[in-house]
Structure formats: structure tokens, C-alpha cells
Ligand binder design. Sequence first.
Ligand code: C2E
Ligand code: CA
Ligand code: CA
Length: 553
Amino acid sequence: MAIEPIETELGAEAADKPVHDIVGLGIIVAAVLLFVANGSTVLTDFLRSVINGTPPREPMLSVALILNIALLLFGWRRYVDLTKEVGQRRQAEETAHRLAHTDPLTGCLNRRSIGPALEEMIATARTTGHEVVVMMMDLDNFKRSNDAHGHQAGDAVLLQTAHRIGEILPDRSVMARLGGDEFAFAAIYDPDHVDAIDRLMARISAAIARPIELEGVVLDVTASFGLATSAEKANGASEDIAAKLMHRADLAMYQAKKSGRNRYCWFEQSMESELRFRSELERGIRDGIPKGEFVPFYEKQVDLDTGELTGFEMLARWKCPKHGLLSPEIFIPIAEEIGLISELSESLIRQALQDAREWDPRLTLSVNISPLQLRDPWFAQKLLKLLVEANFPPHRLDIEITETCLHENIGVVRTLITSLKNQGIRISLDDFGTGYSSLAQLRTLPFDQIKIDRFFVSNLGKNKDSDTIIEAISSLGKGLNLPITAEGIENTQVLDELRKYGSFKGQGFLYGQPSDADSVRAILAEHNLLPAAPTQEAPASLDQPQPPRAASA
Ligand code: C2E
Ligand code: CA
Ligand code: CA
């Protein structure tokens, strides 16, 4: 089923205009005039001469008449041929025009033509005191359903959805498919009745929610919408307004996606400033890595039974020239999104290995690794190269991978972990308790320790569920013979609670805030844990694997 293309100036432009061949028509008209002027006399004379067998009185005129008739026939032929040819060419041009301006699957306008259509719409609406609302739509999980049911099913979903929305939109609306599962709709509305848009959205949502049946398969579709209106202050020429509206609706749609999908969000001014802040951060990260603005901070890790320091966890910080010291929770996700996480992480690990070389050799260094880095087939090689460069013993390095990594590609993670372990590097499962990893996974992956997420630890004694979870993790650790580190120990009450459940290692603000390399050096010097010269332990080697060794302090 196809959606009727929306009639816009662009679409209507080539409306049927008769096409004539002027030359052919001119010849015919001249020939007809000539024929009418001379034809009757000459024809009578010519016929008489043929019947009587006498020569015509005016032989020249008879020849002219024959020529005249030939001219008439020739002119007509040429007229017919050319008219047909021009008609065909015009049809081809129209097809090319339609293909260039509409989406062949749904018949909606395409990305190129929505702009001009929208400009026209805004200009028209404003002449009658109306405004235009732009609705940007993106289907939720379309890719997944496309992968699961095939592209034909995907096409059917796009068609059905476009068709259902097309039936609901008021007259003179515009529909465009911008690509993939992304659509833009625009409708004229009365600014005194903005609630009409909410009603329209409710109807659209209900229409989309009706399951789509396709050869025995029932598909449920939801979509996220972003709305922006021309009533919102967006001054400028109508073409600027059209572009701005699309951009704003897009930002609002992004917000709808972020807030959980299957909903619509109105554009708000703050979205633009957020976007500006975000691009500023992106630029800052790009420029800041080579400038050395990203530095390692360190958080103490302690044996809770003996109170001894066992090592440090490296936590990234950004000394941002504009915003001061920024948390990794702000910049790590952005670095991941813009593809700079490996570069950033390598630079931090390089600095951390240099710092940790100076520490007492019994102290370990833990580093956090992003799930994206685990997908890099060269990750193990890169890490070993850093160890060799820094001449740092692999058994002192502990890689923390979060539990959520295990869902992504368990096969790849297993290979990676095994190869890192073969080099003597230790592996911890971070944020345990948040990611639903199964017991089977824990058994088959050779972790060296589990870290209980700080959420459960900080809630010990306050929340019964946290108590139960910690108890369960503790017995799991005992069963699997895996040491456990509790994160986020903020005070002695939590520490006392924790001790009820067994032996743990721990870290948290109770032992101090994460601090920079100089402060760590000062603390270690105070406790005689800073040998004068960098340690001369066996260097990491790519071809001489080190056996894993338990850290002791
Ligand atoms: P994480 O691995 O769970 O790190 C522990 C976080 O808990 C740190 O936050 C730390 O400052 C905070 N914390 C420690 N003790 C306490 C406490 O007693 N109470 C509370 N409320 N919080 C505590 P931070 O430094 O902001 O790091 C946040 C997250 O960023 C880390 O969580 C880690 O997942 C990630 N991250 C940090 N550095 C890196 C890095 O170099 N690479 C990657 N991929 N991720 C990193
Ligand atoms: Ca961690
Ligand atoms: Ca953690």
C-alpha cells in the first residue's frame, strides 16, 4: 500500500501542461491555409484533367497542390511523432523529479524536499495567523526488528506506520521520510489551540500502537517523537526557520529517546544549551588528550581485616581549563561516543604505570576498562606494550571490567581475559550486583576478584535487600574461592556491618578521597612505601608470561 505523495509546490509544479510541437504545427497551419486558398480551384481543374485525360490548365498549380498534400501529410506525421517524443521525455523528467523529491518506498517527501515544503508551509500559515508544528519521529528498536524479521518486514512496518499517520494528519500537512526509520511531519495549527497538537499526538500514538500483522508475525511498533513549533521564537527568513524547526524537533526527539522512548517531547531552550555544552566538551576532550589535561587520581584499596594498604584504583580526572576538575562520569561516556576512549585510556594508563612504578612493589594498580575497549582485538597487545614501555610487572596490574561487559560478547571477553591472564595480569569483575551475570558465567570466566557495587555497600544496614545481596555475594565468593572488594565504604558503621559478612578488601571515602599522584607519593613516603628508586622487578614481556600472584600488603 502506498501513501499518496503530499502535494507541494514541488510536486504540483509539473502538473499536466499540453505540449505542442510548434514547428510541426506551423507547417500544418501553413499547408492548410495554402490548401484552403488554392485547393478548391486547383483541385477542380486537376480532377477535370484526370477525368477528361486532358492536360491541366495550370500544371504548375497542380504540382503545387500535390506538394501541398505531401506537406500536409509530412507535417502531420512530424507533429504526431514529436508530440509523442516530447510526451515521453516529459514523463521521464517527471519520474526523475519524483524520485529526486520523494521516498520511493512510502511516497513521502524526502530529506531534500522537506525544507522547501516546510518554508512554503510556514509562509502560508502565517498569512492567516496560524503556526506550524514539526514532528520528528524515529521508530524505537527498528534495527532490532529489522534484523529479526528481515528487510521486507521492516519495509512493511515503515509503510504501515507512514500510512496510519498520513490518515490522521490534517489537510495540507507534510510528510517526509528522512532516511531509515526517521520521519518528519508538519501540520498547520491554530496557536490559540495548542492542545489540538496533544490530541493529534495521542491519536498518532494509538495508531502506531496497533500491532502490524505480517504473514503470521505480529509486530509491535513504538516510536519517539520530538516536537517544535514555529510559534517558538525563531526569527529570521522562512528558510532559516524551517531548518531551525527541524533541528529543534530533532533535539526534542533525542530527548524523547533518552527519557525512555515511546513518547513525545517538546523542544525546550535548555536542549540547545545542553547541545552547545556537549559539543564544547567533545572539542575539549579532543584537544585535552594531547595537552595532558586528563590525569590519573588514585583511591586507596585496603585489606579490611588487617587495615593494610594493598594498592590503588586509578580514577580518571579531567583538569578542564574552563570547568575545573571534572568527573569521569561526565567525560568517559562522551569519549566513548566520539571514539576517543582507547586513546584517552591509554594515555591515563601510561601515566599511572609511571606513577605506580615508584610505589612499594607490593602495591597493586587497578584500572577501569570501558566495554568498548574490550571489543578492540588489539587491546591485549596495546596493554602489554604499555607494560613493557613502563617496565611494569604485569602481576601488579589489575584490570577492572564491569559486569555489563559480559552481556555484549561473552566469547570475545573470554578470549581477552584468558590472554591477559596468561600474561600475568589480574582481572576483577567491577560493579558486581548491577548486571545480572549468571553463576555459570562467573565460573567459566577466570576472574581474580569480584567488586561489590558501592550502591549495595553504602546501603548496608539501611536497606534489607542490600544486606541480603552482600550476604549472597559473600557466600558466592567463598564458594568460588574469589576474594571480594567492597566499594564505597563511607563510614565506620558500614565497615562494621560489612565485617559481619566475612573477610573483604575495601575502598571508599572512609579511607580518603581519591587524590593525585603527588599526594599519593606523599602518603606513601610517610609510610615508608616509596622506595627511593623505581622497582627493578621482572619487566613485563610479550613472550614470557608471568604467573598471576596474589597481592599482599
Ligand atoms: P567505579 O569504577 O565504580 O569507581 C568508583 C567510584 O566511586 C569513583 O567515582 C569513586 O570516586 C567513587 N567512590 C569511591 N568511594 C566512594 C564512597 O565512599 N562513596 C561514594 N559515594 N563514592 C565513592 P569516580 O572517580 O567519579 O568514577 C566514576 C566511574 O567512572 C568509575 O566507577 C568508573 O566506572 C569510571 N571511570 C573512572 N576512571 C575511568 C577510566 O580511566 N576509564 C574508564 N573506562 N572508566 C573510568
Ligand atoms: Ca572500578
Ligand atoms: Ca565500581
